[in-house]
Design a protein around this ligand. Structure first.
Ligand SMILES: [Zn+2]
Length: 515
């Protein structure tokens, strides 16, 4: 075993030891307060790249989500839920650890992953007697990076840029569920990739929203993002036929995912009929359609990329539908689920808090701590480095590295080269807490979402408040591991030689900038 791996195992066992020997008066994750609740199945569904405002339940004009909308009629619907990052690996690490990406040394950057010393959500539930499962068709969620605490991990494909695998993923889940014992509760994290670019829905889903399929769609990577400034000059944008086709294809992929989830829900209801179930539907981040100058995600931190759906459905607890106005973060889900199950163990390092779901289900007005600020972070040195702070509808953005449209487009074309230069040390990344390149402040609209940019002469108190919060935050950050260090400490497993890809597949993947 290489020395680096030994140190990981050592850290892991030491952390287990400390965890177990923490004393009788400190509740361990195996302590239960309510055995009935602890026996409920938990299905944690994360839909990649799904912005909240493209679902019917969040007011979208197209019928993209008939199933989710129906479920929401018996659920808590969070109107202001935010993801901790706009990059998948950072966001998922944060969800599974209950901490923001920059709160551990491991969870920022291209190889953001679970910190090996942290007790994860699946791990804490495993200690309660749960069978813990991770199913995904997102190739970035590699088992050695995200599998901590899962009994079984299935990553359906290792190839990026493939649409429509959600249907297969559901089949795979149902096959596996049939092999499990029925009495033991299940925690299942499902990360479904379909709305992620490239947007290539089956024609029947496209035709739900238009009479005919647009014959000359632009390919997102090489035809749009590499040439965005010229395209925008030519009129590409809302109302323009090629832009509207792009959005429609994204919407059709949401509709496809909604159908896959309907199959999953109905099948699991039958297969696990002996169990109560808590269902959670959310997204790891949103998606940008020129709302603030660019496309996709993991380039910016504006509302459209961090405002995610969050619907918690547990009809055995309450079949009431309630809309929650409080600002919450997906890092709250770990403490919230444990609290809902009656588990008294807490992790003092959590950034997330246990939300009062049962009070909210009863319709009681229960406010969250006034001083709370919701953070979202993005640390991709070959793209953007920045933080968003949200409080009561205000958003402060502190950018250590921010790219113009032209730069986004140029960087997209040389992602592979840039990443290699950062990993090899040829280029030095800026610190996450360096002096900002610039800052922005957005004023809330009447619905309590950040909307209008303030200039430096306006709202001086808010500028100062957020700057202070940002400084406090920076002073409490641990030293980040670089991607190179993470690769050395936790290298990907040796793989079987892959089949030769077709030239079309190769072009799609490299133009996507994944390497
Ligand atoms: Zn994602």
């Amino acid at each position: 075993m290489p020395a680096s791996m030994k140190s990981i195992f050592l850290i892991f066992f030491l952390s287990l030891f400390c965890f177990e020997c923490s004393g009788a008066d400190v509740a361990s994750p195996s302590n239960r307060e309510n055995n009935n609740s602890v026996s409920s199945d938990i299905f944690f569904i994360v839909i990649d790249s799904l912005r909240a405002d493209h679902l019917g339940v969040y007011g979208y004009h197209r019928d993209t989500s008939p199933f989710i909308d129906e479920i929401a009629k018996q659920s808590l619907i969070f109107d202001k839920a935010y993801s901790a990052s706009t990059y998948t690996c950072e966001s998922v690490s944060a969800i599974l650890m209950g901490r923001y990406p920059s709160s551990t040394s491991w969870s920022t950057g291209w190889r953001a992953q679970i910190d090996p010393t942290v007790i994860t959500l699946p791990e804490s539930l495993k200690n309660q007697g749960y069978t813990t499962l991770l199913f995904t068709d997102h190739p970035a969620l590699e088992e050695q990076m995200f599998g901590k605490g899962f009994d079984y991990v299935k990553v359906l494909t290792k190839q990026f840029g493939i649409s429509g695998n959600g249907v297969k993923l559901v089949e795979e889940i149902l096959k596996h569920i049939n092999t499990l014992e029925k009495e033991k509760p299940i925690f299942m994290y499902v990360h479904i990739y379909d709305p992620h670019e490239p947007y290539e829905p089956p024609p029947s889903y496209y035709l739900r929203f238009d009479d005919k399929i647009y014959p000359k769609p632009l390919r997102l990577y090489d035809e749009i993002r590499f040439h965005l400034p010229e395209l925008v000059q030519q009129g590409f944008g809302p109302g323009e036929v090629r832009f509207e086709d792009l959005v429609l294809r994204y919407d059709a992929e949401i509709a496809l995912t909604d159908d896959s989830l309907k199959t999953l829900y109905n099948s699991l209801k039958k297969l696990r009929a002996n169990k109560n179930a808590i269902w959670l539907f959310t997204a790891d981040h949103g998606e940008e359609f020129l709302d603030h100058g660019f496309l996709e995600h993991a380039w910016r931190l504006y509302l459209e990329t961090i405002h995610v759906p969050l619907i918690i459905h547990a009809p055995y607890i309450s079949s009431q539908s309630q809309r929650i106005e409080e600002e919450v973060s997906l890092i709250d889900m770990f403490p919230t689920l444990l609290s809902l199950l009656g588990v008294s163990w807490t992790d003092p390092q959590w950034d997330g808090i246990a939300l009062p779901l049962t009070d909210w289900w009863k319709g009681e007005k229960k406010e969250l701590p006034q001083e709370r600020v919701i953070f979202s972070e993005l640390y991709l040195p070959s793209r953007t480095i920045g933080r968003s702070l949200i409080k009561k509808g205000w958003q402060y953005l502190n950018w250590q590295q921010w790219l113009t449209w032209q730069e986004c487009s140029e960087y997209a074309q040389k992602q592979k080269q840039l990443r290699e230069e950062y990993i090899s040390g040829k280029r030095q990344p800026r610190s996450f807490c360096a002096e900002p390149e610039f800052e922005e402040l957005l004023i809330p609209n009447e619905k309590g979402f950040p909307q209008k940019f303030a200039d430096k002469t306006q709202c001086t108190e808010m500028w100062n408040y957020f700057r202070d919060e940002w400084k406090k935050w920076c002073s409490s950050r641990p030293v980040m591991k670089t991607d190179k260090e993470k690769l050395e400490l936790n290298p990907p497993p040796q793989e079987e030689p892959k089949r030769e890809m077709s030239s079309e597949e190769k072009e799609k993947i490299t133009s996507g900038g994944y390497f």
